[in-house]
Design a protein. Structure first.
Length: 305
């Protein structure tokens, strides 16, 4: 081969090699390097974020692109996602259950269970038993589907699990969703608070059931009647205002659903703006009609959602 052609061929090979090396170098420089955050994040009880199931225990947080997301921010985001009530993350964040990865554009982090460690005592903030909601319900605009719920206290010593369970049952009985002062609810996290550190959070139960069984139940007596009762115009019974629309009826004691529906219609038709006919008594805050003071027989009405 002539010398000039050999020199051109060598130059071409060197150029191609240099281009390939430059491309690899550029790709390496552009590819973000994941970084494991120091320490671990403790998940206090079996939990979930949407379809991602997270057994209790320590987790390592891995930031996939440290140039766009810091470890402290990833840790805070993970805490917020665990507190989310329905798994529909806000702010454009998405979760991939298969890889336990949370992403939003160029920001991303992954969580993975840390190496096995000696078991730690359960947190005193996590109530050991589940609360059962027997039918789809709501507290104001906060929809609560039937099923088992975990109750977690916001702090230790300010309120007990038994008290939180009783309060949750009481709030589910509330007629209009306006909780007694100073209580209020944050539907995005399922948190009920009467001050910053006093209250509790509910979330659908995740993980195996406890050996000691369940705790509270709503409704504790009786059951929801099939269908709904329609109030055709804005009305009232005593001081209980009843906006027009469909209503759920829960009958309990010796009162059947048919009797409750008939009695409710009778109260509406007869325009009782004061006292109900004996022996009936009305509890306005819960929309409950009792057949006598202290009676265990009656029914409760609540606007359907």
């Amino acid at each position: 081969m002539p010398y000039s052609k050999t020199r051109k061929l060598v130059a071409l090979v060197l150029a191609v090699t240099a281009w390939a090396c430059a491309s690899i170098s550029t790709a390496s420089a552009q590819a973000p390097r994941a970084a494991s955050c120091p320490g671990t994040f403790e998940v206090l009880h079996d939990d979930s974020v949407g379809a991602l199931y997270l057994p209790a225990g320590p987790y390592v947080i891995i930031v996939l692109n440290p140039s766009t997301l810091s470890c402290p921010d990833a840790s805070e985001l993970f805490r917020e996602f665990l507190e989310d009530y329905d798994g529909r993350l806000v702010g454009g964040w998405r979760v991939a259950p298969s890889t336990a990865t949370f992403t939003r554009g160029s920001q991303a982090f992954r969580v993975t269970a840390a190496s096995p460690t000696p078991p730690t005592p359960p947190s005193k903030r996590v109530c050991p038993s589940y609360f059962t909601v027997l039918h789809n319900d709501h507290i104001g605009g906060f929809a609560i589907r039937k099923g088992r719920y975990r109750i977690t206290l916001l702090s230790v010593g300010r309120i007990s699990c038994a008290r939180a369970s009783n309060d949750f049952a009481r709030f589910l009985q509330d007629f209009d969703g306006i909780l007694p002062r100073p209580w209020f609810v944050d539907p995005s996290t399922g948190t009920f608070m009467r001050s910053r550190y006093v209250g509790f959070r509910i979330k659908p139960w995740s993980g195996p059931l406890p050996p000691n069984g369940g705790g509270g139940t709503h409704p504790s007596t009786g059951g929801k009647c099939p269908g709904t009762f329609r109030v055709v115009h804005n009305d009232r019974i005593g001081t209980l205002r009843l906006p027009r629309g469909p209503y759920l009826i829960t009958a309990f004691g010796s009162v059947s659903c048919a009797q409750a529906s008939t009695q409710f219609g009778s109260f509406l038709d007869n325009d009782y703006t004061g006292m109900l006919p004996r022996p009936w008594r009305l509890q306005v805050t819960t929309g409950t009609f009792l057949r006598g003071n202290g009676s265990q027989n009656g029914f409760r009405v609540k606007p359907a959602r």
